[in-house]
Design a protein around this ligand. Structure first.
Ligand code: ATP
Ligand code: MG
Length: 471
């Protein structure tokens, strides 16, 4: 005889009937018996039951009265009532009111009872299967919906290719090392000042990996309130906390098979760090409020512009996690340490933004390039990119004009220690104005007007400073 899959609760106030029922069906089912509706309730409160069979006529609560209460508190089990013919009307009302699946007349024949129980439990099983299918469907739908919103957000920011541009020897050597590590599953920690291309690097690593056709899921730990990070990363079960009205699929689950990029990892709250460590070590995690560990196959790339060693000392970052993340460290150098890349980057950005700005600028005069190279870019490549975009919009011809060159005014001593004199600043400023007016000095739209100067004064000033109009 196989495992007894179902439990049946049989209620009758005649002990003899209970004994007979139990003796007849105990080989096939797990049988519980009760001599009153009240005892029946006690059992239901403690045990899972798939089918309740109750006699109608009992002292205390009748069978139908009992079932009316059962429906409210224990809606799950199927219900069968046993009755005599005379009570047909009561029974019919009961069937409508408390979801009784079958009624049987007493005394029952064994074969009838057997068949009824089997039919009823079959319906029970079908209902259960349907419920679980719907639930699976629901989870799948939620995952799909989450992926969709995520992808929509992503596509807006996505760049066509993650080319890292550099001719800096040291950085190039590092990039070829990165190509090698990209193909492994090793965790990578990318460090560097703001705007040095940490996110671009993370994408490049993902694209060079065997996971490139799977998702690259990005989470910015600094952009999320601390109390939401856990459920964002790991998801939550319905009812896990106030407001968790729906099950949520976390980013680690979405990234299964692909890569997760945890930006600003230094901002990950200390109490969540062990959970991340567990994913890294065991590839499992729990949803918030979940009881079943979830398995995930994810490559983890992290980035930070914080000094994590200092954070460890301050007690804000776990040392064990740091070592686990830092298996392959990458440091993106600041732009001021590889100024030779500026011309390449300038042309790259002119190309990159040509279509969205609707202007194709190809020429950059050596003077303009010099000016761009003299600046120190505290905001690194992002700052350079933003500047180029801005000047592209303002430029009227097919060469780049640095109208109202702003950063220059904040220029600190450049890397060679040279601090610009007032005269050099003046020359630049006048040249900028002339560029804007295409060499015109006098009259409306002329450089003098732009600079708020008397035209004759400007003209003599230009001669004194050696500025030619065509320049
Ligand atoms: N070597 C590079 N070649 C081409 N473009 C680059 C390079 N490095 C960075 N960029 C571009 O500069 C911009 C800023 O890069 P990114 O967002 O990756 O920097 P980040 O280090 O993540 O900055 P933050 O610390 O502020 O988050 C992006 O548009 C990126 O495409
Ligand atoms: Mg970034």
């Amino acid at each position: 005889m196989g495992a007894k899959k179902y439990t049946i609760l049989y209620i009758d106030d005649e002990p003899h009937n209970l004994t007979t029922f139990k003796a007849t069906f105990k080989w096939e089912y797990h049988i519980l018996t009760a001599q009153s509706a009240f005892d029946g309730f006690d059992i239901l409160a403690e045990q899972e039951v798939q089918l309740i069979i109750s006699d109608q006529r009992m002292a205390g609560l009748s069978g139908t009265e009992f079932f009316k209460k059962v429906v409210k508190r224990f809606p799950d089990p199927m219900r069968i009532i046993l009755t005599g013919y005379s009570e047909l009307e009561i029974i019919m009302r009961a069937i409508n009111e408390c979801g009784i699946y079958r009624y049987m007349t007493k005394p029952w024949k064994e074969s009838d009872m057997k068949k009824t129980i089997e039919d009823t439990l079959e319906v029970y099983q079908l209902r259960k299967d349907k419920e679980s299918l719907l639930q699976q469907l629901d989870v799948a739908n939620k995952k799909l919906a989450a992926e969709n919103t995520y992808l929509k957000e992503e596509i807006q920011q996505q760049q066509p290719v993650s080319t890292i541009i550099t001719k800096n020897k040291a950085f190039q050597e590092k990039l070829s090392l990165i190509q090698k590590v990209a193909t492994t599953n090793t965790s990578v920690l990318i460090r560097g000042e703001t705007g040095t291309g940490k996110e671009l690097m993370a994408r490049a690593i993902h694209e060079a990996s065997s996971r490139k056709d799977q998702a690259l899921i990005k989470v910015n730990c600094a952009a999320l309130p601390a109390n939401l990070i856990e459920s964002e990363l790991f998801g939550h079960e319905r009812g896990a906390f106030t407001g968790a009205t729906q099950k949520r699929v976390g980013r680690f689950e979405l990234a299964d098979g692909g890569t997760i990029f945890l930006d600003e990892i230094g901002e990950l709250p200390i109490d969540l760090q062990p959970k991340l460590l567990r994913v890294l070590q065991e590839s499992t995690f729990d949803r918030v409020g979940g009881t079943q560990p979830i398995q995930t196959d994810v490559r983890v790339i992290t980035a930070t512009n914080r000094n994590l060693e200092q954070e460890i000392e301050k007690g804000n970052f776990r040392e064990d996690l740091f070592y686990r993340l830092n298996v392959f460290p990458i440091l993106n150098p600041p732009l001021r340490e590889r100024k030779e890349d500026i011309p390449l980057l300038v042309h790259h950005f002119l190309e990159k933004h040509a279509s969205n700005i609707g202007k194709r600028i190809k020429k950059v005069s050596s003077e303009v390039m010099e000016q761009l190279m003299a600046y120190n870019y505290p905001g690194n490549i992002r700052e350079l990119e933003n500047l180029i975009e801005r000047y592209m919009i303002i430029s009227s011809g097919d060469s780049l004009e640095l109208t109202g060159w702003l950063p220059q005014q904040k220029d600190l001593p450049s890397s060679d220690g040279h601090f610009k004199t007032m005269e050099e600043m003046e020359i630049h400023h006048i040249k900028n104005a002339l560029q804007l007016t295409k060499g015109k000095v006098f009259g409306t739209g002329g450089a003098a007007e732009k600079l708020g100067m008397n035209a004759k004064t400007l003209d003599s000033r230009m001669r004194k400073l050696g500025i030619r109009k065509e320049g």
